[in-house]
Ligand binder design. Sequence first.
Ligand code: HEC
Length: 244
Amino acid sequence: MMIKKIVPFIYLVMLSVTTVVAHAEEEVPLQHISINGTDYASLQRGAEHFINYCVTCHGAKFVRYDLLEKIGLNKQQIEKNLILTGSKISDSMVVAFSSRDAKEWFGVAPPDLSVEARVRGADWLYSYLKGFYQDDSRPSGWNNVVFPNVAMPHVLYALQGTQVLAPNADRQHLTKESLVLEKPGKLTAAEYDQFVYDLVNYMSFMAEPNRETRIHMGYGVIIFLILGFALSYALKKEFWKDIH
Ligand code: HEC
């Protein structure tokens, strides 16, 4: 009897806790981008950035190099310019070193990024890659507005430059406005935005390579349903015409 009363109560408490936690996580305002799975130039640049800057630590084990043929690259281009590890074109994007080493160096193993864009979303990734700032209290020397106390160092700092917290930043509620660029990097702010956009655009494609086909199919299905409805309505009218 008692149990019957307690179980729904516990359930309710858990539900409200998860709601509160989910809300707390959402609090960091994210910067919005619209990904474009048909912009091949952007996707190709993004693939190159991903392979040059991320696959050193992160794998994408569900992604084979030949997937890049879908964004307009040919075999020779992929083999010559993008495969840096001696892998074959039919191999998947695996990391250069073992995850045990990485765990020793960073304290956390860098997760596989194959479907990261589906897990976190494009806006989150974009804001994350723009959200690193210098923080000497962290082992890596870096912290992040979107992912507080992240173990990943800012691997793109040579491009973006060094951001620090503004003197008046509210440490409890950090936003992108809390950051100032103290030392510029190789890229201007606009170029870095484009760099990160291309990278996230590619990561979104890689996480869902058939997105474009699916969207087209969706339109097809909707048109089919509308036609089907029109046809059955006309039939119904025809059938009932003499009965009324
Ligand atoms: C020097 C190694 C290293 C490199 C290079 C690196 N990362 Fe990371 N990354 C890490 C580590 C370690 C973590 C785990 C951080 C944690 O959980 O605190 C991480 C975490 C992440 C996460 C968060 C994963 C999650 O959802 O918890 C994302 C996203 C990410 N990295 C993206 C990238 C991208 C994109 C690049 C290329 C521009 C990149 N990383 C390059 C080490 C690296």
